[in-house]
Write a protein that binds this ligand. Structure first.
Ligand code: HEM
Length: 352
């Protein structure tokens, strides 16, 4: 079967607002998730068309185990569950995730409405295991105070960095995405002088100018994430990290999200960050930032999502009568049956 290769909107201007939903799909809910995946583009249109300036966009990623359940083989060459990494001081944990919904826009309200509409569809057969609302901080800075995203590739270099090509022809036009939720110890970070912080990152804090190679610390974040192929060409990924947090909970975080044409590049960066090359030269920012989640997903083309292929092998046939999934509620608050956000007069409960 020839499938259209139009990519999802992986490449977008740095988001002003984002919601990250990581979802697990219960046993026997394969048909439900297939239906939803096919409907996501319609949901984005339904919400986004009314607010064109919001540039609403939703990228969907599928985890290795769900891929197996839904489609079997062939499978994207690089797709596997996130591999945890244990360094001498820091660990990159691997946490469950069947589907990633990466919602972005210029304003949070449309992202929230789309997240809500997706959550209504998931109700009874899937669980949102992680939800993060990211916001844009001053000057494109992260909560460590540094400008984040400067060295992202642009234009055709960005397309090449994130798009699977002929090396995995069946999945050409797709991509991979790796997410990790980091929590920062801001109190400890803020005991460092600005110079020490700049040494940890590898760029100047105020000006965002990169520290020259001969002066840059080998364990700075920029040093460990600058990697090349055997020819000396720099290997690149596209990131759209977002700050998030809660002042009352003392939670200050960076939601890391990296897209690439192969997970190998991101995994090598993680290897250098957590283990170090040579071992022990781990990323200094990890002394102030703890990864509390980690999941890898394949990002199919838009055409693949809209036009779901049949399952070609494995234990979950595409047709027949699967057993009923566990349909207990997936959130603590019940969704109103009228589909409203339960705000004001839209809510139809009790005697009103
Ligand atoms: C705590 C989480 C993280 C924070 C706060 C963070 C922050 C930053 C900052 C401030 C920069 C410098 C400006 C820029 O070029 O964007 C940067 C660069 C970069 N980061 Fe991160 N980052 C985080 C996690 C990661 C992870 C997990 C990876 C890869 C697996 C990664 C890969 C990169 C790359 C490739 C660069 C560009 C290096 C260069 O070419 O100069 N980052 N990051």
């Amino acid at each position: 079967m020839t499938r259209p290769t139009r990519s999802q909107t992986v490449l977008a201007p740095p988001a002003k607002a984002a919601i990250f939903l990581v979802v697990t799909v219960r046993p026997s809910a394969e048909n439900d998730i297939r239906e939803l995946l096919g409907d996501v583009s319609g949901l984005v249109r339904a919400v986004g068309f009314r607010v064109p300036d919001a540039d609403l966009n939703c990228v969907v990623g599928i985890g290795a185990q769900l891929w197996e359940r839904l489609y079997g083989s062939p499978r994207p060459a690089g797709l596997h569950p996130f591999r945890a990494l244990e360094g001498e001081r820091h660990t990159a944990v691997s946490t469950p995730g069947d589907v990633l919904f990466h919602l972005r826009g210029t304003q949070l309200d449309v992202c929230f409405e789309l997240a809500y509409q997706i959550s209504r569809r998931l109700s009874g057969w899937a669980d949102i295991v992680d939800e993060v609302h990211g916001f844009k901080f001053f000057d494109e800075r992260d909560l460590l105070g540094f400008v984040d995203g400067t060295e992202n590739p642009e234009g055709i270099a960005a397309v090449d960095a994130v798009t699977i090509g002929d090396e995995d022809a069946e999945f050409a036009g797709g991509s991979y995405v790796l997410v990790q939720k980091y929590l920062h110890d801001l109190d400890a970070w803020n005991t460092l002088s600005v110079e020490e912080q700049e040494r940890a990152i590898g760029r100047e804090k105020l000006t965002d100018i990169e520290i020259p190679d001969e002066l840059k610390a080998p364990n700075s974040h920029v040093s460990v994430n600058t990697i090349t192929d055997p020819d000396g060409t720099q290997l690149q990924i596209v990131r759209d990290n977002m700050p998030f947090g809660s002042v009352s909970a003392g939670e200050f975080g960076t939601y890391y999200i990296g897209y690439a044409a192969t997970p190998d590049v991101i995994e090598r960066m993680l290897q250098r960050m957590f283990i170090g090359e040579p071992p022990g030269n781990y990323d200094r920012i990890l002394d102030f930032s703890t990864a509390v989640t980690g999941s890898l997903f394949y990002v199919p083309t838009a055409g693949f999502l809209d036009d779901q292929p049949p399952h070609s092998s494995g234990d979950q046939p595409d047709s027949g009568e699967p057993p009923e999934p566990d349909r207990s509620p997936n959130t603590s608050s019940d969704n109103p049956s009228d589909g409203s956000l339960a705000i004001g007069s839209l809510r139809r409960t009790g005697t009103s």
